[in-house]
Design a protein around this ligand. Structure first.
Ligand code: SF4
Length: 323
């Protein structure tokens, strides 16, 4: 990854030695985990490490690699939401007539073991060059029907303030574009990434929304909430999105706690995603019937403002449908 794009890294577990040293893996599991780490990126930043009691608790399960990831089920696929099929130029996904995704980089501060882009994301991959960004801008500018641009990745809040501000400025200047959005896990995974300078880069005249990915109430630490607040104080509303995950949040109590914690942080729960069938993620699967039953049971028990829409991203790039 080119220097100067990213803010300095904090100490992060990135390999099996680090996992064993931190007590998150046993020496006897080394061989299997080495294989997992060669296949899918591993990163557990300090802020997340502090939340993990055991590798199998609701936080550990999301981030500590497991040998089960080496088994790909028959229905699992490398590109479950069809990014490739809907990508007209590198870094752009155009799935709906009025929205496009722009992925300026494919690195994340933390790598989720259930990630739907796990075949693409990683510390070395996917930073768009200046020329590629120009091509992406040209493509989007040429799409008269596009009203909204969603910056995703990877995690756009790993960009430096200067680079993020530059990208937001170019997108906001496009005449047909009405709304910008950033999808991120950074405020939870590595709150220190949200510096005043980065938050200032989001203080733009165009309507900008941030969508925070969090799956368990414990992820919304005081530090994470303070990072979110910095963004909100720049006039940027923050929405929440979560994935329904076995052993993490697949209960009425866990989801009620999560969404109430979001509301307390002034975050509106927006989407609950059905798990996408990315390779080696079967241990997180929750049947949609069960998801529906949990949501139905919560209706009326918690405030309507706390309830997101439960959605499934259809394979092949066909888009989301409510479940
Ligand atoms: S932060 Fe998002 S893109 Fe990155 S690994 Fe997690 S789910 Fe995937």
């Amino acid at each position: 990854m080119p220097d100067g794009f990213l803010t300095p890294k904090r100490r992060t577990i990135r390999d099996v030695d680090g996992l064993i040293e931190a007590g998150l893996a046993a020496e006897k599991s080394r061989a299997g985990l080495e294989q997992v780490a060669e296949t899918y990126a591993v990163a557990i930043p300090g802020a997340i490490r502090e939340l993990i009691g055991t590798p199998d608790d609701p936080i550990g399960r999301q981030f500590v690699p497991d040998a089960a990831e080496l088994v790909t089920a028959a229905h699992e696929t490398a590109d479950p939401v069809g990014d490739e099929a809907k990508s007209p130029v590198r870094g752009v996904v155009h799935r709906y007539p009025d929205r496009v995704l722009l992925k300026p980089l494919l690195a994340c501060p933390v790598y989720c073991r259930f990630c739907f882009r796990r075949e693409q994301v990683g510390p070395d991959g996917g930073v768009l060059t200046a020329a590629e960004l120009e091509k992406a801008y040209d493509y989007i500018q040429g799409q008269a029907g596009v009203r909204e641009i969603i910056l995703t990745g990877g995690d756009p809040l790993m960009l430096s303030a200067r680079r993020l501000g530059g990208i937001l400025g170019r997108l906001a200047a496009m005449t047909q574009v009405e709304v910008l959005r950033i999808h991120t896990r950074a405020p939870v995974a590595e709150p220190a990434l949200v510096t005043d300078a980065l938050a200032d880069a989001m203080d733009i005249a165009a309507p900008l929304f941030v969508v925070l990915h969090a799956n368990h109430a414990r992820e919304l630490t005081a530090e994470a909430v303070a990072a979110v607040r910095k963004i909100q104080l720049r006039g940027v509303p923050v929405l929440g999105q979560s994935v329904l995950l076995a052993g993490v949040n697949d209960s009425e109590a866990a989801l009620a706690d999560l969404w109430r914690a979001m509301l307390r942080a002034r975050i509106k729960p927006y989407y609950l995603h059905q798990l996408d069938p990315a390779p080696g993620t079967a241990r997180f699967f929750v049947a949609p019937e069960r998801g529906r039953a949990i949501l139905a049971a919560l209706r009326g028990k918690i405030s309507g403002t706390a309830l997101p829409t439960y959605v499934w991203d259809r394979p092949g790039g066909a888009g989301k449908v409510p479940l």
